[in-house]
Write a protein that binds this ligand. Structure first.
Ligand code: F6P
Length: 343
């Protein structure tokens, strides 16, 4: 009997449970056995697994997070981990592995394929939406809607108090959440990692608003944005196993700079992990469901080394390697549309 393992790695997001549920339901329909690997690649290193039955996935569709747990474990980091992972993969007798993750988790999948664990199928997820070859990643839509709702709430208080509110959203290398939540929430300026911040230009835009009688403004900034001649602002220098720093703080610095330069009362709101929580939107539930089902179909067709992806409204499959080789940064045509509403 075909035996499939499924794991979720990297930062969690709403939409992972729909993927797991769909992969389990489709596998069982096919007469396959499916097991869950706990906490991403860590579970394969430690042989931490659970069996997945129909009851295991009952009621999880609307739940955020992942019933399998996740971690930012990189099996290529610590001496001996890769061998343990390979041994466990063999011991478990897996015919295929469904790896659900972003650039890091799927980057590991790419390496493992080259290192002999070839039967991997990828599922893209990340609230950052920065994986190439897919129009959307699982979790992005929910994070986007959460950020938009927060911007809506901040709007009313900014207006009542005649303040500028800087909203810092997630987005490490790409400003998808900032751009789309900014457009949806009617932001007056949107600052993203792709375009270095020109503080003078930002203040000019805000002055323009004030000059036409709008005494409040919303500035959305992605955590990975940096000033023209600056570096990214981090919370600590420590790197995670994939070499990432913990971002956060650009909002505060930006807010202080705006207040200093303009003399307008400015407040800062950092949305942080709120964007990664909560119940997935209908879009993410449907996308996760389609991704999960298609991932098992790829296993059935023995199309390994492939990742499920969304192209327009169609689910396609692409090489995992292609998805992680370049980051999908914000479409500048979309940013130009956002700019129409600046100032
Ligand atoms: O995985 C994406 C992400 O949400 C980034 O936007 C953010 O920089 C990072 O994860 C935060 O990671 P952690 O939860 O480990 O602090």
């Amino acid at each position: 009997m075909t035996k499939i393992g499924v794991l979720t790695g990297g930062g969690d997001c709403p939409g992972l449970n729909p993927v797991i549920r769909a992969a389990v339901r489709k596998s069982l329909n096919e007469g396959y056995e499916i097991i869950g690997i706990k906490n991403g690649w860590k579970g394969l290193i430690e042989n931490d697994i659970i069996s997945l039955k129909l009851e295991s996935v009952s009621g999880i569709l609307p739940k955020g997070g992942t019933i399998l747990g996740t971690s930012r474990t990189n099996p290529y980091k610590k001496e001996g981990d890769l061998q343990k992972l390979k041994d466990n993969y063999k011991k478990l007798g897996l015919d295929a592995l469904i790896a659900t993750g972003g650039e890091d988790t799927l980057g590991v999948a790419t390496k493992l394929i080259k290192d002999g664990i070839t039967n991997i199928v990828g599922v893209p997820k990340t609230i950052d939406n920065d994986l190439s070859t897919t129009d959307y990643t699982s979790g992005f839509d929910t994070a986007l809607n959460t950020a938009m709702e927060c911007i809506d709430k901040l709007h009313t208080t900014a207006e009542s108090h005649h303040r500028i509110i800087v909203v810092e959203v997630m987005g490490r290398h790409a400003g998808w959440i900032a751009t789309e939540a900014g457009i949806a929430g009617g932001a007056d300026v949107i600052l993203i990692p792709e375009i270095p911040i020109d503080i003078e230009e930002t203040c000019e835009l805000l002055k323009k608003r004030h000059a036409r009688g709008k005494l409040f403004s919303i500035v959305v900034v992605a955590e990975g944005a940096k000033f023209k001649e600056g570096t990214m602002i981090t919370q600590e220098e420590k790197l995670d196993e994939f070499g990432h720093v913990r971002l956060g703080g650009i909002g505060e610095t930006l807010g202080q700079e705006i207040e200093k330069r303009m003399g307008y009362e400015t407040r800062v709101s950092v949305l942080g992990h709120i964007q990664r929580g909560g119940s997935p939107t209908a879009f993410d539930r449907i996308l996760g469901t389609r991704f999960g089902v298609r991932a098992v179909e790829l296993v059935k067709a023995k199309k390994f080394g492939r990742m499920v992806a969304l192209a327009g409204n169609k689910i396609i499959d692409v090489p995992i390697e292609e998805a992680v080789s370049v980051l999908k940064t914000v479409d500048m045509d979309l940013y130009e549309i956002a700019k129409v509403f600046f100032g």
